[in-house]
Design a protein around this ligand. Structure first.
Ligand SMILES: O=C(O)CCC(=O)C(=O)O
Length: 622
């Protein structure tokens, strides 16, 4: 509109569904931004934390690729580049582009953004608000020190001529020439492209918006104006569920494909929103006048669906202070509710699926292969596929690591010598929290690798400290030297797979990874030390009390069978994986892992076979 050139015309994304005049974005740079995000275990729909994208500046390859790509698409002296993804990737580009940047930050009511993401990408409101919050906080931090015009989307649509004068003045003050004749305002700024309009009051009244998000919106609006050198103000903290949501997305879905709104819904419900203005949890008690609180009615319905005898439920209600006639009446009222009938029908369908799982398991036992962990060496690709991968059966592979330098190079002493100064992320303070795995984000800490090694050598065996797959060890550029210490078994794995498909586990004896299943197939290779595994087949998911995401409530070392009786019927495989052995963990198989010694393991997900699945997880909200 201002006559400042965009990227080369053939690279522009034009005429897209839902936005006929196009996004005015460079398709190559948008794709490149997405690759950058993937390289650090993120995606546009699951953005990184501020500070993460800078890691990529330590590696020459992406930096020179980015530089080359950018300037091959922009051959003019001045240019304009628009891409919302730069809100999170800007720190990388600031390190790459040897150009004087002037930035325009356009603010929009987050409810409008949510409506637009819902219409275009089927992204739910809570997810969209978390995206807006992460993008805006990242942008406000990344813009520090740059000339910035902070402006509002409504101003552009309501008074485009005035907005253009502002933009012209901002660019002109920075010596950027704009072409006064170029603007064909009506063809660009078309009010009908604005599908929704929300005021601040709507944001403050909306239940889905956290206190932190409201504060961020107000703060951002206070920054509107021209900045010669932008000063990032102290930002409100990020809503705690925002980080939790993105970490869960990162671990629950392949990053090359955005999960459906439906698949993400359970992760969102799992994390109650903490707002200042609302307290969503009413205390759970029964009133004495016979009307039960919503929580007790839900409890009743759930237990009736689980086929707990009504007499038992009456007794529990009476014990909690409800008069018996009121308890009886409450059960009758739940059973008379049409919602109950719908729920009971759905529960019956679920029971039917469970009975089919049991039948499959029974039939599986007829093939003469006993239910035991099979061991094999030198499996061909075809045998591995036919006997294990395609049949969703585990196998312990022997001899896969013969000749790997890692056997001598990955001792604590050698690792310390080689990488002692590298800063690594680790899980800490796990023993203070029963749900340490679920709360893994809160347990992350950064320390020198050498200090971490000292600590695991000095402290007694235990579960407090562990460098897990979730700590992105191989995403640190300094660690790539370790790739020379093992040979990828290309019979089963694809060496050209992107980074982020190979993981490093390193901890003292005593670490425990609680019972869970992975969302993809995994080849788990034990390099040093031993680990004890308990495996439960995927077809027995209905016996493991999977109340949260991919986690079970059961501790297989001490299962409380009174509380979790169905686990007593589960068949399980218990065994120890020795150094040099590799366990194929089929997708969906439950596993609990305990290190018996100081241990180094690798896990691979880059199979030469398809390895990406759609999952539905149970709700996290209790
Ligand atoms: O080694 C561990 O502690 C856990 C390994 C694991 O759960 C996995 O690779 O999925």
């Amino acid at each position: 509109m201002l006559g400042v050139p965009l990227c080369k015309g053939e690279d522009l994304w034009l005429d897209l569904p839902g936005n006929p005049s196009g996004y005015w974005e460079s398709s190559s740079l948008s794709r490149f931004n997405e690759e950058l995000l993937r390289a650090i275990g993120s995606a546009w729909w699951c953005p990184p934390r501020p500070g993460e994208v800078e890691q990529l500046l330590g590696d020459d390859a992406p930096v020179s690729q980015a530089h080359h790509l950018f300037f091959s698409l922009h051959e003019t002296q001045t240019w304009v580049w628009k891409d919302p993804r730069t809100c999170v990737t800007l720190p990388f580009w600031r390190g790459v582009l040897d150009a004087e940047l002037s930035c325009v930050l356009v603010l929009r009511n987050p409810l409008e953004i949510a409506a637009s993401l819902a219409a275009r990408d089927e992204i739910s409101t809570r997810w969209a608000l978390a995206l807006w919050e992460r993008y805006l906080r990242s942008a406000l931090q990344a813009l520090e020190g740059l000339p910035v015009l902070v402006t509002e989307y409504t101003d552009l649509l309501d008074e485009p001529d005035r907005w253009l004068d502002h933009a012209r003045a901002f660019l002109g003050d920075r010596g950027l020439e704009t072409d006064g004749e170029a603007a064909d305002v009506p063809s660009f700024v078309r009010a009908e492209l604005r599908h929704t309009s929300y005021a601040d009051e709507d944001l403050f009244a909306a239940h889905d918006v956290s206190g932190e998000q409201q504060e961020l919106h107000v703060l951002a609006r206070s920054l509107v104006g021209t900045w010669d050198s932008f000063v990032t103000p102290p930002l409100p903290g990020e809503t705690s569920s925002t980080d939790g949501l993105f970490e869960s997305l990162r671990w629950s879905f392949p990053l090359d494909r955005r999960p459906s709104r439906h698949a993400v819904a359970s992760l969102i419900r799992e994390m109650p929103l903490e707002t200042e203005s609302e307290n969503t949890m009413t205390t759970m008690h029964a009133t004495t006048n016979g009307d039960l609180t919503a929580e007790w009615r839900e409890w009743l319905a759930e237990n009736l669906l689980l086929q707990v005898p009504p007499e038992q439920l009456v007794q529990a209600l009476v014990e909690s202070g409800t008069p018996e006639p009121a308890a009886q009446a409450a059960i009758e009222s739940v059973l008379a509710d049409p919602c109950w009938r719908a729920g009971a029908q759905a529960a019956q369908h679920l029971r039917k699926l469970e009975s089919m799982l049991d039948i499959h398991q029974e039939l599986d036992g007829l093939d003469g292969r006993p239910f035991a962990l099979e061991r094999a060496s030198n499996l061909s690709r075809r045998d591995f596929l036919e006997r294990y991968y395609a049949r969703n059966r585990p196998v312990l592979m022997l001899g896969l690591t013969d000749g790997w330098p890692a056997h001598t190079e990955w001792t604590t002493a050698r690792l310390k010598e080689r990488l002692g100064d590298v800063e690594v992320e680790v899980q800490t303070d796990r023993e203070s929290d029963e749900l340490y795995e679920l709360h893994s984000t809160e347990h992350k800490g950064v320390m020198r690798f050498g200090d971490y090694i000292d600590r695991i050598e000095q402290e007694a065996a235990g579960n407090d400290l562990y460098l897990t797959a979730n700590n992105h060890f191989f995403e640190r550029p300094e660690t790539t030297v370790l790739f020379n210490d093992f040979t990828m078994p290309t019979e089963y794995l694809d060496p050209s797979a992107p980074p982020g498909t190979i993981f490093f586990w390193f901890g003292p004896g005593g670490t425990v990874t609680p019972l869970h299943h992975d969302v993809v197939n995994v080849l788990f290779v034990q390099v040093h030390g031993r680990k004890r595994f308990s495996l439960v087949p995927s077809l027995q998911t209905h016996r493991v009390y999977n109340s949260i995401g991919v986690y079970s409530d059961i501790d297989p070392s001490y299962p409380d069978l009174e509380r979790y009786p169905r686990f007593g019927e589960a068949t399980r495989l218990d065994f120890v994986v020795e150094p040099g052995e590799a366990l194929f963990i089929p997708v969906g198989w439950w596993h609990h892992v305990e290190a018996l010694d100081t241990s180094v393991s690798l896990s691979f997900t880059n199979f030469v076979f398809p390895n990406s699945y759609s999952w539905e997880h149970p709700s996290f909200d209790r």
